[in-house]
Design a protein around this ligand. Structure first.
Ligand SMILES: CC(C)(COP(=O)(O)OP(=O)(O)OC[C@H]1O[C@@H](n2cnc3c(N)ncnc32)[C@H](O)[C@@H]1OP(=O)(O)O)[C@@H](O)C(=O)NCCC(=O)NCCS
Length: 432
């Protein structure tokens, strides 16, 4: 056997690179283009050079990457030990872009298997939605990746689709299938790079999610947090979605607020207790019952139902937060005579965004309303949060736009109102 001439080694090396994964193949393709470009320039072998470059492009194949994304693979995500991979219909659609000569390809997207360059492409599309909310700092790229790869989303399993055009990601859609409540609904989100909007990408992404929603037995598609009057709302309305609920978004910028606002005295007959992560066993049943009081909050025409809080459901919620790596703080007001939890408020912090507090549910049982407990427990929560997490710069919350009491309590302890957003819904059958 003869040894190949050293002049051919680069060609063998490039051929070898084509046997590896997509990133190495891309490196091989770049080397091949350089090598054959040099051959064309130095030796004038125009046809040979071009044929070889075309062959290398085929071997490194971006088509291969797209089809591999559409092959179902076992998810590593779990909730309480169960596989979180929902029933899924793996579509791969290619549609012409409206008003453009190119096409877009929509494929399922598996964040756990995506390369950094694919993820950073997705980040650009995902983060573009923050343009609607200039006062809300967008999560960093790392926080975004953590979010996508997080083992649980509190509602249920979440799947992603991406739209690609000209070799890059131009939009991303996510579909969540709530598991505990709301099992007739999906929570769907679609985001498209601003420069690629109005070409049908958003609609193509939405359509790609629908077969999976149908296969999972869902009948209603929900979109959440669309800025009132913004592009998302206009798009959703054009596609037949109806606005079902409006929310007020409020933010508390710690540096702008005097802690005096949090020095709110407790009304007689109540005491404040607090915990991180797990409710004390002795208060569990009463705490679960107090949480059900959230069901009295206005919800407009939304089909979304609040959780039916039982001790088991509380423990599951706590476990899901722990699985995400989130820290849950709870402050309760306990009625001293009966020992019952009269009201509660919950704050979530997440390691990837240490500067942020997310003020979640606050509820006071009907018979204890009107005594100022809501303000007392929220103010106590702020004192505790800032004492333990001085790195907190911003706390955000959202409240039904008709919930005047809660909105006022928030203003009293230093929140300002910044945006109005809405939830939209459509019958799945009408979108298919
Ligand atoms: C909402 C969003 C995903 C739409 O993506 P898109 O690719 O531009 O949407 P499409 O091209 O498929 O739009 C389909 C139709 O919706 C309507 N529409 C979309 N954007 C609109 C706008 N800004 N104003 C008025 N109508 C609009 C139009 O009728 C459009 O058809 P046309 O362009 O032929 O007139 C995109 O604007 C976006 O990423 N916004 C930020 C994130 C967001 O708000 N998402 C909301 C869904 S959860």
């Amino acid at each position: 056997m003869t040894t190949p001439s050293p002049a051919r080694w680069p060609a063998f090396a490039i051929a070898g690179l084509m046997l590896f994964g997509p990133r190495v193949r891309r490196g091989g393709l770049a080397l091949g283009i350089l090598l054959h470009g040099a051959i064309i320039v130095a030796m004038g072998l125009f046809s040979f050079g071009l044929i070889m470059i075309a062959a290398l492009m085929l071997a490194s194949g971006s088509g291969r990457r797209e089809s591999s994304a559409s092959i179902p693979s076992e998810s590593r995500r779990t909730t309480g030990g169960r596989s979180r991979r929902p029933p899924s219909v793996h579509t791969h659609t290619s549609i012409p872009l409206k008003g453009h000569s190119m096409r877009t390809v929509v494929t399922p997207f598996l964040p756990a298997e995506a390369s950094e360059s694919e993820l950073s492409d997705c980040y650009e599309a995902w983060v573009s939605a923050y343009a609607d909310f200039p006062d809300r700092p967008a999560p960093s790229y790392r926080a975004f990746v953590d979010l996508l790869r997080s083992p649980t989303n509190l509602l249920g399993p979440e799947q992603f689709w991406v739209a690609r055009a000209l070799g890059r990601t131009v939009g991303i859609a996510s579909l969540t299938l709530p598991q505990h409540e709301n099992t007739r609904l999906t929570v769907t989100s679609v985001r498209v790079l601003p420069k690629m909007r109005r070409h049908g990408v958003g609609t193509a992404l939405l359509r790609a999610t629908l077969p999976t929603a149908k296969a999972a037995g869902r009948t209603t598609v929900t979109g959440q947090g669309l800025k009132s009057g913004g592009e998302g709302e206009k798009w959703a309305t054009a596609l037949g979605f109806a606005k079902v609920q409006e929310f007020v978004l409020q933010r508390l910028v710690v540096a702008d607020v005097s802690p005096d606002l949090w020095a709110v005295p407790m009304p007689p007959g109540f005491e404040v207790l607090r915990w991180t992560g797990a409710a004390p066993e002795a208060l569990l049943a009463s705490y679960a019952q107090a949480r059900t009081a959230i069901s009295d909050a206005p919800t407009g025409a939304s089909s979304l139902e609040f959780a039916s809080w039982t001790p088991d459901r509380v423990r599951r919620h706590e476990a899901e937060l722990r699985a995400r790596g989130d820290e849950q703080r709870v402050v309760v007001a306990v009625h001293e005579d009966s020992g019952r939890v009269a009201g509660l408020t919950e704050m979530i912090t997440t390691p990837s965004r240490p500067e942020l507090g997310i003020q979640q549910e606050t509820a006071v049982l009907a018979e204890f309303r009107g005594a100022g407990l809501g303000r007392v427990i929220k103010a106590a929560m702020m004192r505790w949060l800032i004492a333990e997490r001085p790195e907190t710069e911003l706390v955000i919350t959202n409240t039904d736009a008709g919930n005047a009491h809660m909105i006022r309590v928030n203003l009293q302890i230093g929140y300002v109102t910044d945006y109005i957003v809405s939830d939209v819904e459509a019958d799945l059958g009408r979108l298919l």
